[in-house]
Design a protein around this ligand. Structure first.
Ligand SMILES: [Zn+2]
Length: 167
């Protein structure tokens, strides 16, 4: 899902489990994208045609909506930040550094990113939970950038949950 969705998800989880730590929850829920999105936009900016603004925008939109990898390096960074091994390393680090209730909460915020990306990504961006050991992906998801049902359905459900948790 989009970064804003992950941010709100993290805030909802942190509020529900600790009553506090909304910023930390938002950061941890968005961690995989904080790592991969800057690199992703750099690669897409480099590859998009720059002779006309309309070409640039249409290339960028195609890169965003197709679900097709534009570069192998980007896929390594993207899936390197979106897998259960990276989540486990981060979670162990949190447990070493923080009191267990907070560490577990932030770990769950991070895990929420991986779970909500399963139904909202497809093709080359489909979730690969055991990357890099196994590169097989979970099929059945639809890209949130092009599928309105996935985008609005996910946001609708999250906002209903957020209404009861945050207010
Ligand atoms: Zn992501």
């Amino acid at each position: 899902m989009d970064p804003a969705f992950h941010i709100v998800s993290g805030m909802v989880i942190a509020k529900a489990l600790t009553g506090d730590h909304l910023v930390a929850g938002a950061l941890m829920a968005n961690l995989p994208d904080l790592i991969s999105v800057p690199f992703s936009y750099t690669v897409k900016f480099r590859l998009a045609r720059k002779d006309r603004l309309t070409h640039f925008l249409s290339d960028f939109k195609r890169f965003e909506q197709s679900g097709i990898a534009v570069s192998p390096d980007l896929m390594r960074v993207y899936h390197g930040a979106h897998n259960l091994f990276f989540w486990a390393i981060v979670s162990i680090s949190l447990l070493v550094a923080l009191p267990p209730p907070l560490a577990i909460t932030l770990s769950l915020c991070h895990l929420s990113h991986l779970l909500t990306d399963v139904h909202s990504h497809e093709k080359d961006y489909a979730s690969r939970p055991l990357y890099p050991l196994f590169t097989s992906s979970i099929s059945g998801g639809r890209n949130w950038t092009s599928n309105k049902l996935v985008f609005f359905g996910s946001w609708g459900l999250l906002l209903i949950i957020a209404f009861f948790v945050l207010l």
